[in-house]
Design a protein around this ligand. Structure first.
Ligand code: ATR
Length: 277
């Protein structure tokens, strides 16, 4: 039986085993998918052990995505741009690293939420690993412009400098949250970790253009603080990151198995479980 896993620390609450089991059943793929807890100083050893035991590939989550990047012997362009790897595939040529997070976000926006990105004004909040991971896929969607805002402005500026050539003719700008005053956006994506502290980024009022979507890469039961703030500031539509979670899993499944699973029934079931929890 082909074996897959998600490796992280902590890992007990990962939804990846449930998601991949559903994908496997739906596509009639014969495989197992387990959650593996790696010691904080033992990521590479855990991967090596899993591979030696017949593992075909794994997902990688907090806090090991940078180590997974270093471990990969070959990487996809989107993993290279993200500077992080969330999907490893083991084959005869060694360890291949990919990053499906950004593609998962873009697919959730464009397919599940019917929110096309081409020609739209996108605001990305944050400049850490989560923001970096989605930069290339967002730019590839040809927005009218991409603006980054971060609490620490220098980090947003550094990220913009790094992606200037990938942006081509797409205007790319960086600034503070306060600098956003007077601007309007069609899509506002929260890639900060503020929700973990039960906070919303301190944004000026009036950011949401008519019909705009507010998207939080975090998810949970009920609205995150960012989404609560977005609603009161007039965002027409709200979405959390559960769809991104399912879509990044589907992209990993596609890489491993060559089959794209249907995500809608899996997302609906997860949503039901979370809201009913
Ligand atoms: P991740 O990999 O989740 O992106 P990270 O690299 O530590 O984690 O980045 C966290 C991001 O959330 C950063 O953009 C951080 O802002 P700073 O660069 O100024 O630290 C942002 N962040 C964390 N807590 C925040 C808060 N309470 N309000 C606004 N931004 C916050």
């Amino acid at each position: 039986m082909d074996r897959y896993a998600v490796i992280g620390n902590p890992i007990a609450h990962s939804k990846s085993p449930v998601i991949h089991a559903a994908f496997a059943a739906q596509t009639r793929q014969t495989l197992t998918y387990e959650a593996l807890l790696a010691p904080l100083d033992g990521f590479a050893a855990t991967v090596a052990g899993f591979r030696a035991a017949g593992g075909c590939g794994c997902n990688v989550t907090v806090p090991f995505k940078l180590e997974a990047f270093a471990l990969a012997e070959r990487r996809s362009p989107r993993a290279q741009a993200a500077g992080a790897v969330n999907t490893l595939k083991f084959d005869a040529e060694g360890i291949y690293g990919d990053n499906t997070d950004g593609a998962g976000l873009v697919r959730d926006l464009t397919h599940n939420l019917d929110c096309p990105l081409a020609g739209r004004r996108i605001l990305l909040l944050g400049a850490g690993g989560a923001a970096r991971g989605v930069m290339l896929p967002l730019l590839s969607a040809a927005p009218a412009r991409l603006t980054l805002a971060n609490r620490t402005v220098s980090r947003a500026e550094a990220l913009v400098a790094e992606f200037t050539s990938a942006a081509g003719s797409t205007p790319l700008a960086a600034g503070s949250f306060a600098d956003l005053a007077g601007s309007q956006f069609d899509v506002v994506i929260n890639a900060t970790a503020a929700s973990l502290a039960d906070e919303a980024p301190p944004l000026p009022a009036g950011l949401y253009a008519p019909g705009a979507l507010a998207y939080d890469m975090m998810y949970g039961r009920g609205d995150t603080p960012f989404l609560v703030a977005a609603r009161s500031d007039g965002a027409a539509r709200l979405a959390d990151g559960l769809g991104m979670l399912v879509e990044q899993a589907a992209e990993s499944f596609l890489l491993w198995r060559g089959v794209r699973p249907a995500t809608a029934p899996v997302l609906a079931e997860l949503r039901r479980q979370i809201e009913g929890a």
